[in-house]
Write a protein that binds this ligand. Sequence first.
Ligand code: NAP
Length: 301
Amino acid sequence: MEQTILVTGSTSGFGRLTVETLARQGYRVFAGMRAAAGKNAPAAEELRALAQREALALQIVEIDVTDDTSVERAIAVIIETTGRLDVVVNNAGVSYSGPLEAFTLEQVQQQFDTNVFSVLRVNRAALPHMRKQGSGLLLQIGSIVGRLALPFLGLYGATKFALEGLTESYRYELAPFGIDAAIIEPGTYPTPISAKRQIAADTERAALYQDAIAAFATPFNAENRSATPPDPQEVADAVASVIAQPAGERPLHTVVATVAQRQAPQAVNDAVTQATRSFFETLDLPLATLALKGEKERKRT
Ligand SMILES: NC(=O)c1ccc[n+]([C@@H]2O[C@H](COP(=O)([O-])OP(=O)(O)OC[C@H]3O[C@@H](n4cnc5c(N)ncnc54)[C@H](OP(=O)(O)O)[C@@H]3O)[C@@H](O)[C@H]2O)c1
């Protein structure tokens, strides 16, 4: 049966590449975006033209992930159109950068609203349909900075750390319903995210960190700014690869990054998986151990 997939935040970057990749692989894809008739109309038009040119089952759905009504309407449109929803790729996100003390609480709330509360909002709208089907996949786009705490990305990183915990808990809770949860952990890739990023509002305090920010950012972003930057298509391919794996056997974590950025988050994943498994085994929780099945299989390869 043709699988129906919603990808949030598909105007640019990973989301855009992901909808194109999945549609070309034959999935029925809903490219979620806000302001599809407004500021994102050109992006929507490009995707519509692509769908027509290549005869793809790819259509736009309006979704502002920070808005309850918009999210509920988007899920309703998908269900009315196709009768099912097999995969949600929670990709929409923004990045706030700067020293932690220089963000206002309003900024902190906005950062968490887009990157964390929205994921809960979208998944809450999608899950009743997946439960009815007895299948589904919630696939979050995390980050290596959700595995390793770094300076000046602490606020953004905290949202990605939150997604790690949420994804694991979803996985254990939803396995009995036949629903999977997994997370992709990209390293830094040259997408429009840095151009769209929000800067800490208290510029006076941020200025106190100026030298340290430069000392961190220059090496951290070096690969992205090199003549051979990493290709964001790698993330779209990783999303497609996780979706294609059999239900219940998908890896919980998938790091997608250059060799330099891949090893440390992978080591964290392996350590967490091992510690979690032994914790569950000690407590004799077989269901939770089952939910880590994909991790075991990934480690063997
Ligand atoms: N690029 C990296 O290095 C990197 C690394 C790790 C993880 N990530 C994660 O990857 C995901 C995609 O980022 P990207 O790098 O591809 O950046 P991007 O090109 O800026 O894409 C972000 C997408 O999220 C959308 N979005 C933001 N707020 C939204 C809202 N309230 N409702 C609906 N859509 C919203 C944006 O739409 P608009 O065009 O309307 O703003 C855009 O389509 C994010 O979750 C990001 O945190 C990126």
